[in-house]
Ligand binder design. Structure first.
Ligand code: SF4
Length: 343
């Protein structure tokens, strides 16, 4: 019988599997604690289980763990990017973002991505496959093991891949991240970012989870947005906003719109006014960030004066806008850039 990837099971699925091995109900919490709090890589390390149960677990399951191929740490802000090899030799990137009062991990959800956003370093790789829930969990277990002194506070699904294109595995991972017996990370500390997959927004709305939803908007104009985020040809700005408004109405939660400012593309005063018109009155905030230069594209970041003018228009019109500093610029921290740098 082929062995099962134990971390790819939900809590309920693992409970049933343990019961079928004759284990008492309380063993579930113990196994969870070893897997997700201790982050063990073998059943032999689960020292408070009986020899018999460990033997049975070894016969039925295996424990995945990625292999690090490369890592780069920013000298300026400590951002660290890891290139990880999975069981099938696929590679993904995971980024650790330490700050004074918190530490965030930026997670990939797919090997490659099919959405071809024109500013994204991952796009040229194309899509290979979805990550399993266990592989998403392993990103956190790996980064946590490398940074034991800095307690993890936040998770963002903003790495390679589109989370709503791998909805079920992402949700399985989110529920384990949130579970007090596993990672115990508050739902409000978990952000799922989408390029605008409307069915995913609607599905998340029905989950009843308190996670944060973030939309990679980047333009309020259909023509411009379709060039930057081609899925906009399918899910137009107007329909996207309708889905966002439904989400806000039915969940009572705030949505964040991400807006990468790219010189000559979407960062003019006229672009800012279009954005104001689009989101004014919505329960939302806008996060702007200046484009993080990557070698394969001709895009550049706007000047500080242009950024300031863009933000002033938003704020003067009552939009809750926050400008984020680009992290890890000296290590190519934008998504996909470490994989590209090895080509
Ligand atoms: S920005 Fe996100 S959705 Fe767009 S191509 Fe890159 S990884 Fe895919």
């Amino acid at each position: 019988m082929d062995k099962t990837d134990i971390k790819n099971l939900s809590k309920a699925e693992l409970g049933i599997a343990l019961e079928s091995l004759g284990a008492e109900a309380y063993r579930l919490k113990q196994v969870f604690r070893w897997l997700y709090k201790a982050g063990v890589r073998s059943f032999d390390e689960m020292t408070d289980l009986s020899d018999e149960l460990r033997h049975k677990l070894k016969g039925r399951f295996y424990i995945t763990h990625p292999v690090m191929l490369d890592s780069r740490r920013s000298a300026s802000d400590g951002t660290t990017k890891y290139l990880l090899k999975l069981e099938d030799a696929s590679t993904i990137e995971t980024v650790f973002l330490p700050e004074r009062d918190r530490a965030t991990i930026c997670l990939s959800t797919q090997v490659g991505c099919k959405f071809a956003c024109s500013f994204c370093a991952s796009a040229p790789f194309g899509f290979v496959r979805n990550l399993k829930a266990s592989e998403i969990l392993d990103e956190v277990l790996f980064v946590r093991s490398k940074n034991p002194a800095k307690p993890l506070t936040n998770l963002v699904f903003m790495g390679i891949g589109e989370p709503f294109d791998n909805y079920d595995n992402v949700m399985k991972a989110v529920k384990l991240f949130n579970d007090p017996d596993a990672f115990h990370i508050g739902a409000r500390k978990i952000t799922i970012s989408t390029c605008g997959i409307i069915p995913g927004i609607s599905k998340l709305e029905r989950e009843g989870l308190q996670v944060e939803l973030s939309i990679s908007l980047h333009s309020a104009d259909d023509d411009i947005r379709s060039k930057l985020v081609p899925i906009n040809k399918k899910y137009r700005v107007k329909e996207l906003m309708r889905a966002c408004n439904e989400y806000i109405k039915n969940t009572g939660r705030v949505i964040t719109f991400e807006y990468i400012l790219i010189k000559g593309a979407n960062a003019s005063a006229a672009d800012a006014m279009k954005l104001v018109k689009l989101v004014k009155g919505m329960k939302c905030k806008v996060n702007t960030i200046a484009y993080n230069k990557i070698r394969i594209k001709g895009y550049t970041e706007p000047s500080p004066a242009e950024v300031k003018a863009f933000l002033k228009i938003l704020r003067d019109n009552g939009i809750n806008a926050i400008h984020r500093k680009s992290r890890g610029e000296d290590i190519d921290a934008g998504c996909g850039q470490l994989r590209i740098s090895r080509l």
